[in-house]
Design a protein around this ligand. Structure first.
Ligand code: CS2
Length: 468
């Protein structure tokens, strides 16, 4: 017997099996346009907007835009924008079907639909998760053209909130949009009427997988092509810089923290969570561990991550509550329900590392303190570039810098010094200061030779012993 598909007409069944489902009307003009429709926003912003819609405020329906790939948009259209999320951790598990996604398009093939959406009077917000590599002039052009249309039709200004893992993401987006404005009067209008808050978003949301789709089917009796799993924890810290200032209090009722000072939260998250994630992802890829929970489940990797955070990252953070943050992160990494693939996190490392590691290394060097944990992680990246784990299985390096990394990595056994020197000279990866620090090159070289001689786990053990 074929299993019915999750959509508007089968939603009641999900509710009858205990899922939390929307009871508000899912129609009307969306108030939010989201660029970068993927797993993350569906388990994060969409849940916040779902909460606001459930409170009776109909202005938070989402128009989700996939940037290039049509597949997810197609699947979600077939499901009337509905999908199931399992929220699971040590506190228990529950299923949600959020109802905030009302309309969908693909920017690459339907740019006109995106421009028209930007001009609609009901639109109040644009949120973005286009990833580190999405901040291109083409994005600036798309947004400035949409804003031009909006202005020509007499529309009001928008709040445009970047939710990507970039330090100062709001400022970056603003600069990109302003640079793409072709005339001074549009620039003026954008500056006067639109707001570009910085924001820090956090929730671990692995890509949809067959395993979670099967679990959704078992729990709800419905087939869902777009099912997701996530953790209970979530955080959205948003700068108090909104086109409609009244939104601040509203978002706060849904659990969003509105503050004048986002920088400290961004910094802590990028360096503690994302920095550890990238280190573990590379270690996992090299050793053949599939998931982050398998990595943190190794006592020596757990000790390594704990020490990376407390010794080399935390001393430079504005966020004072970092010990609690560190402990919570270790717990979250160990969440057995998440099955967060190391290769998913290793994707685009060449664009992620610059935000995640060098700021801590530079701060440690300025303070005259140790940098060995980050040096070992940097050495792991070169080893990762071989594209083959320690059991000889190959893996794909999905990264715009893959070719460069692979070339640098290829000679690391025959000529490790030269390979390392070339790796560490890439200023777009490390910044301009770090490549000039002889001690950095020396420590990365030290751990690299141990990784090659004793294996990844052996090198980590050695670090724990050598630096008590
Ligand atoms: C991860 C993030 O894939 C990655 O690079 O580090 O997606 C991470 O899971 C989120 O930022 C958590 O909020």
């Amino acid at each position: 017997m074929s299993v019915p598909r999750l959509n508007r007409s089968t939603l009641a069944q999900a509710a009858s099996r205990g899922a939390i489902t929307p009871s508000y009307p899912r129609q009307g003009e969306p108030g939010v346009l989201h660029l970068g429709l993927g797993a993350f926003t569906r388990a994060h912003q969409a849940m916040v907007f779902d909460h606001l819609l459930a409170s009776g405020d109909g202005r938070w329906g989402m128009h989700g835009v996939g940037m290039t790939q049509p597949r997810l948009v197609q699947q979600l259209r077939e499901q009337d924008g509905l999908y199931a999320i399992r929220v699971a951790d040590g506190q228990g598990q529950r299923w949600h079907v959020p109802g905030a996604l009302w309309r969908m398009n693909v920017a690459a093939s339907e740019p006109e639909a995106v421009l028209q959406a930007m001009a609609r009077p009901a639109l109040r917000w644009i949120t973005l998760t286009v990833t580190e590599k999405g901040y291109t002039p083409a994005l600036g052009t798309l947004l400035s053209q949409g804003l031009e249309l909006r202005r020509a039709q007499g529309g009001a200004g928008l709040t445009m909130a970047s939710c990507d893992n970039l330090q100062g993401n709001g400022r970056k987006l603003q600069a990109l949009v302003l640079a793409a404005c072709t005339d001074a009067s549009l620039r003026d209008w954008v500056e006067k009427t639109c707001a570009f808050p910085c924001s820090m978003v956090d929730r671990i949301v692995p890509a949809s997988s067959e395993a979670i789709r099967d679990e959704a089917q078992a729990a709800l009796g419905l087939h869902d092509e777009a099912a997701l799993g996530t953790e209970g924890f979530w955080e959205w810290v948003l700068e108090d810089r909104l086109a409609d200032p009244a939104d601040a209090a509203l978002l706060a009722t849904a659990g969003v923290r509105i503050t004048a000072e986002v920088h400290g939260y961004e910094e802590a998250k990028l360096r503690m969570l994302n920095g550890s994630h990238t280190a573990m992802a590379l270690m996992g890829a090299i050793t053949g561990r599939r998931f982050i929970a398998d990595c943190i489940g190794s006592p020596s990797i757990e000790a390594f991550v704990r020490r990376l955070m407390e010794r080399e990252v935390a001393p430079h953070l504005a966020r004072q509550d970092w010990p609690a943050y560190r402990d919570a992160l270790i717990q979250r990494f160990g969440n057995p329900y998440l099955r967060h693939s190391v290769h998913q996190i290793a994707t685009d490392s060449s664009l992620k590392i610059p935000q995640r590691w060098p700021p801590s290394v530079m701060a440690q060097l300025q303070a005259g303190d140790g940098i060995d944990h980050h040096a070992l992680a940097a050495a792991a990246w070169l080893r990762y570039g071989l594209g083959q784990n320690e059991s000889g299985q190959t893996y794909e390096i999905a990264d715009p810098g893959a070719e460069r990394l692979r070339q640098l990595a290829a000679t690391q056994r025959q000529a490790p010094q030269a390979a390392l020197q070339a790796l560490l000279a890439q200023t777009d990866w490390w910044g301009t200061e770090l490549p000039r620090q002889a001690i950095w090159a020396q420590r990365v070289g030290h751990w690299h030779s141990l990784i090659l001689a004793r294996g990844m786990d052996g090198a980590v053990e050695q670090l724990l012993q050598a630096i008590p």
